[in-house]
Design a protein around this ligand. Sequence first.
Ligand code: HEM
Length: 136
Amino acid sequence: MEGPQERFVQGPQQSGTLYQRVGGIEYFKELVDRFYAKVEADPVLRPLYPEDLEPGKNHLTMFLVQLWGGPPYYAMERGRPLLRMRHLPFAIGQAERDAWFSHMSACVLESDVDRADATMLIDYFEKASQFMINKE
Ligand code: HEM
């Protein structure tokens, strides 16, 4: 039985990697699918992306899997992330960044993860997307 001195000593359960907690690769596939559906319908973002969205979708999924503790599929296929450099061909200003981040954070909030994990994901996307800005 749990005595009074054992209460409140533990925060929300956060065991393993975020990748494991959200349910592995399927979670990221679905997140990226839903995100890309929003990109496709967005007049600010759509022109930045190539006609065929499938390769980029796959790269983003593999990158997120690797980042959150899953297998290093991105490294195997693409090598070092060098994300800022890889984004230089696309003109990303505050408006593009805000559109990207608002779609991604909406997708995380709509997804089935607990609050602590949703917060971690959104905090990461907020900072990383700001870092990707490459035009005034
Ligand atoms: C700030 C707004 C952003 C815009 C407008 C943007 C846009 C793009 C575009 C146009 C591509 C090329 C897609 C293709 O070739 O099919 C791309 C690729 C990619 N983006 Fe972003 N992106 C943004 C932020 C981010 C952030 C925050 C991340 C971090 C998760 C990210 C991760 C990636 C990855 C992993 C790729 C594939 C890179 C590769 O070629 O291996 N992007 N992005």
